[in-house]
Ligand binder design. Sequence first.
Ligand code: ATP
Length: 335
Amino acid sequence: MSHKITLIPGDGIGPEITTAVTQLLDRTDVSIEWQEEIAGAAVAKHSGNPVRQQTLDSIVRNRTALKGPIATPIGKGFASANVELRRSLGLFANLRPVYNLPGVTTKFSDIDLVVVRENTEDLYSGLEHQVVPGVVESLKVITAAASTRIAKFAFTYATKKKRQKISAVHKANIMKMGDGLFLDSVRSVAHSFKNIEYEERIVDAACMHLVLEPTKFDVLLLPNLYGDIVSDLCAGLVGGLGLVPSANLGDELAIFEAVHGTAPDIAGQNCANPTALLLSAVLMLEHLGETKVAEQIFIALNRVLTKGKHRTRDLGGDASTHTFTEAISQEMELL
Ligand code: ATP
């Protein structure tokens, strides 16, 4: 079967790592027709909007997209294309599996957790205004509907994947209403899933426990902002941002992307690690039912990391993006 997939190369290291990943996928038995779209600054300069209607239409048509990171100006300028895509397409769940990879030595060797982040509201509502000069309000929006929806997603996912425990992360001691509503909504879903252990953790303490005892965690369920921050912390636990994949999922549509950003400090140098995007593509292949090829890529990647001969700079080596990708390709041929 042939799959049509929208491809957004993105900014910074995006084109380098999407090229690496599409080259590898194009050498498998899965037939993919990539339909390339641009988003971010390149389109915002024309209309002010970082995402074109034709890009949304392409993803709706294909139901699946693979996306490189897209830059968002800090403190000014156009809105985030990443947030816009997730909101416009109803991609309410952000799934970020975090686990140790072979040959990547970190303080802990048995981390296997999943971050489930609400993707559509919270402080990402985009509602900000100046009350008077020198005073700005940024509105944090929490609804029972979105909180219940992400909780149902997390508990259903945990059940399907035979996970043991969900930790809801919040700051309801301070945001008694907003985070309180999030917790109430999650609790009402947790009651129907007696098979999954449920606990609640205040976000600051959760961060400390994650750093000290990450193996005590299984599935983390968080509102949008805490989810963003905690996922980077979790990426650090397993060796860095270059290694962690993610899926943005709605009822029908899905966008797969790396957790990391555009890495402007290393863009264009052919030294970015494509692993996070490749693992996102593995998630995409599983989502498309192409589990055999997903597994082959995963095994080939693991072999390259285990052998350790070709490592990108972020993993202490000097392999270029290209060399590392070719090493994975060679391992794939041997399978
Ligand atoms: P953005 O503004 O797009 O979020 P950023 O540089 O602030 O960009 P990241 O892109 O997430 O944030 O990068 C944080 C750090 O991690 C940078 O030093 C970057 O070089 C490194 N990094 C991120 N992704 C990778 C990768 N795929 N390979 C190697 N290093 C990476």
